[in-house]
Design a binder for this molecule. Structure first.
Ligand code: CUA
Length: 354
C-alpha cells in the first residue's frame, strides 16, 4: 500500500472521528449524575461511545476513500474483478468486534453487580405508584410518608416499588436508573445518592390520562438534615393522630397549610384550582366546587370531605369513575385533611364572590 493512501485514509478517519466526537461531547446529552450508580452507568455509556467513534472513523475512512479511489468510469459496464475472500481479513474483522462486544458485556456485568450491591446500613424506602402520583414511605421510621422522595447523601438506599393500579415506571434522570412498577409485584431499585440537590421523579410508562403530570421530586439532603426531617415527621404523625381536627378556622395560616397539602399531594396534576395556580384537567375543576356541591345536594364542606376520602361516592357528571385515588383518607392525617377541606371551602367561597 502506498504511503499516500495510508495518509489519505488516516486524514479522512481523523476528520470523521473528530466530527463524531464533537457530536458526542458538545451537546449535553446526559444530566449530571447524582448517584454512584449513575456515575458507573455513564462510564459504560462513554466506554461504548468511544468504541463506536473509533469503528465509525475506520468505516467512514475506508468507505469515503474507496468511493473516490475505485470509482468506475461512466462508460465502464464490466463486472468487477472476482474476489475469493481473504482469510486474514475475515479473521481480523470477526475478532475485533468479538473482543469489543465482549469487553462491553464484561464492563456492563461488573457495573450491574456493583450497582445492586447494598451496603450494610441500607435505608429502605417504600414507593407506591398510582394514577397519577407517587408516595414514599420510610418503614424504619414510624409511619412516615411523603409525597416527595427525601434521601440522605452518600447512603445506600433500596426502593421497594409497588403499584396500586397499572404499570408505571420510576425514573430520576440524574440517578440514571429506571424501574417499572407492576401491580402484584414488588420491584427493587438500589440508589446511592452522592450529590445534594432536588431532582425530578418522572413516570416513564404511559399509564393513563395524567401520565405526563405524574411527577414528584427527589431531594438529596445531608445525612444530618435528613435525620432531622425524619424525626420531625415521626413527631408530626404521632401528634396528628391525637389532635382532633379543629383547623381551617383562622384565616391565612390555615389556608397556607391547606395549600401545602394540595401541592404536596400533587392534586394539581389532575385538578384546576386558581387559588393554587393548578391547571389539571383530568379531574373536576375545583373552582366550580360550590356548584358541584349544589348539584350533589350536599353542604360544601361535607361534600369536599367526602369527595377526598370516598371519591366514588359522588361522581361529577362528565368525569370517569375510579380515577381519583381512594386512599387519601388513609394517607392524609386528620390535620392535613381538615386543612385541605378548609382551604378548598375558602377558595371556592372566594371564587364565588369574584
Ligand atoms: Cu404513571 Cu405514567
Amino acid at each position: 500500500m502506498r504511503r499516500g493512501s495510508i495518509l489519505a485514509l488516516l486524514g479522512i478517519g481523523l476528520v470523521a472521528g473528530g466530527v463524531a466526537a464533537a457530536v458526542a461531547i458538545l451537546p449535553t446529552w446526559l444530566p449530571e449524575p447524582a448517584s454512584r450508580e449513575a456515575g458507573r452507568i455513564f462510564f459504560v455509556f462513554w466506554f461504548t461511545i468511544v468504541i463506536c467513534i473509533v469503528i465509525f472513523s475506520l468505516v467512514a475512512a475506508v468507505m469515503i476513500y474507496s468511493i473516490f479511489k475505485f470509482r468506475v468510469r461512466p462508460d465502464d459496464h464490466e463486472d468487477g474483478p472476482p474476489i475469493h475472500g481473504h482469510t486474514g481479513l475475515e479473521i481480523t474483522w470477526t475478532l475485533i468486534p468479538f473482543v469489543l462486544v465482549t469487553s462491553i458485556a464484561i464492563v456492563s456485568a461488573i457495573v450491574l453487580s456493583r450497582n445492586d450491591a447494598q451496603a450494610q446500613d441500607t435505608l429502605r424506602v417504600n414507593v407506591t405508584a398510582q394514577q397519577f402520583l407517587w408516595t414514599f414511605s420510610y418503614p424504619d421510621a414510624k409511619n412516615v410518608t411523603s409525597p416527595v422522595l427525601r434521601l440522605p447523601e452518600d447512603r445506600s438506599v433500596e426502593l421497594y416499588i409497588r403499584s396500586e393500579d397499572v404499570i408505571h415506571s420510576f425514573w430520576v434522570p440524574q440517578f440514571s436508573q429506571k424501574e417499572d412498577t407492576v401491580p402484584g409485584l414488588v420491584t427493587q431499585l438500589h440508589i446511592t445518592p452522592d450529590r445534594l440537590g432536588t431532582f425530578p421523579v418522572v413516570c416513564t410508562e404511559l399509564c393513563g390520562l395524567g401520565h405526563a403530570l405524574m411527577r414528584s421530586q427527589a431531594i438529596v439532603m445531608t445525612p444530618a438534615a435528613f435525620e432531622k426531617w425524619l424525626h420531625q415527621q415521626e413527631k408530626g404523625s404521632a401528634g396528628s393522630s391525637t389532635t382532633t381536627g379543629s383547623s381551617a378556622t383562622n384565616g391565612s395560616s390555615a389556608s397556607a397549610a391547606g395549600l401545602a397539602v394540595f401541592k404536596n399531594n400533587n392534586c394539581a396534576s389532575c385538578h384546576t384550582l386558581s387559588a393554587a395556580n393548578a391547571t389539571g384537567t383530568i379531574g373536576p375543576d375545583l373552582d366550580k366546587l360550590a356548584s358541584y356541591a349544589q348539584q350533589a345536594h350536599q353542604p360544601l364542606a361535607a361534600f369536599i370531605h367526602q369527595s377526598i376520602v370516598d371519591p366514588n361516592a359522588y361522581i361529577q357528571s362528565g368525569y370517569p369513575k375510579d380515577l381519583m385515588p381512594t386512599n387519601f383518607g388513609q394517607s392524609l392525617t386528620k390535620t392535613q385533611l381538615n386543612a385541605l377541606v378548609g382551604f378548598l371551602v375558602q377558595s371556592s367561597q372566594q371564587s364565588k364572590k369574584g
